[in-house]
Design a protein around this ligand. Structure first.
Ligand SMILES: C[S@@+](CC[C@H](N)C(=O)[O-])C[C@H]1O[C@@H](n2cnc3c(N)ncnc32)[C@H](O)[C@@H]1O
Length: 210
């Protein structure tokens, strides 16, 4: 999906979220699971219209949201939380942040991770595997990169739609950058290998400790 697509989408509304559901999910599957503490610095990378960043800020975390689209950042700021929102590309973090700044980078569905992971994607122009090391520079030693992404793990990659990358392709992406400490579907069911993940389904949370 292009910037135009998301600008139009965010000008008209947002994804169909239930904020209460998302709040409970974040508490259980992010804050409690990974032991985030008040004052920890969290970056929501590709934060869209800022719902999750704003909810996280309510847990007394120091939250930043980076989002490429004007309308996303405008809507995120209008939520009035303590989170700070920056209109920028994920590739430009060095303009805004010091290295080893964050306790956690939380990346929920950022477009790059929806496509080819290990080669240049014609749509985004990005080879994600070449960008990921750049993200880890901004995480403290011992900090976490959490990717939450939709996939049915099948490897089906429709030309004009988001891809369903396999679990092993995500593992290959993060393995060089630390210890993968968590792999589950969005309900919290552990996923272990491609075959089991394809049977379990339910999308992916994969967490790497630097
Ligand atoms: C599927 S949406 C997810 C938005 C939000 N994280 C959520 O879960 O509602 C993908 C988001 O990634 C953003 N995005 C795409 N490329 C980006 C980039 N290079 N830098 C920052 N954000 C980007 C899009 O503008 C869009 O808001």
């Amino acid at each position: 999906m292009t910037d135009d697509y998301y600008n139009r989408k965010y000008a008209e509304g947002d994804f169909d979220y239930n904020p209460e559901y998302e709040l409970v999910w974040l508490q259980k599957h992010l804050i409690d699971r990974f032991g985030l503490q008040p004052g920890n610095r969290v970056l929501d990378l590709g934060c869209g219209k800022g719902l999750h960043a704003s909810l996280l800020a309510g847990f007394d975390l120091q939250v930043f949201g980076v989002e490429k689209t004007v309308e996303g950042v405008k809507g995120a700021k209008e939520r009035g939380s303590t989170a700070e929102f920056i209109q920028a590309s994920a590739g430009d973090l060095a303009t805004y942040f010091d290295e080893e700044y964050f306790d956690m980078i939380y990346c929920r569905g950022m477009s790059w991770f929806h496509r080819e992971l290990h080669e240049v994607c014609e749509v985004t122009g990005v080879n994600v595997s070449e960008k990921v090391p750049g993200f880890f520079r901004f995480i403290k030693p011992g900090g976490l990169f959490v990717l939450q992404i939709s996939t049915d793990f099948s490897g089906r990659c429709p030309e004009n739609d988001v891809h369903n990358n396999r679990l092993s392709e995500f593992v290959r992406l993060f393995d060089p950058h630390g210890e993968i400490v968590h792999k589950s579907n969005w309900s919290g069911v552990e996923v272990t290998d491609d075959e089991q993940a394809t049977a379990v389904k339910g999308n992916l949370v994969i967490t790497t400790k630097k």
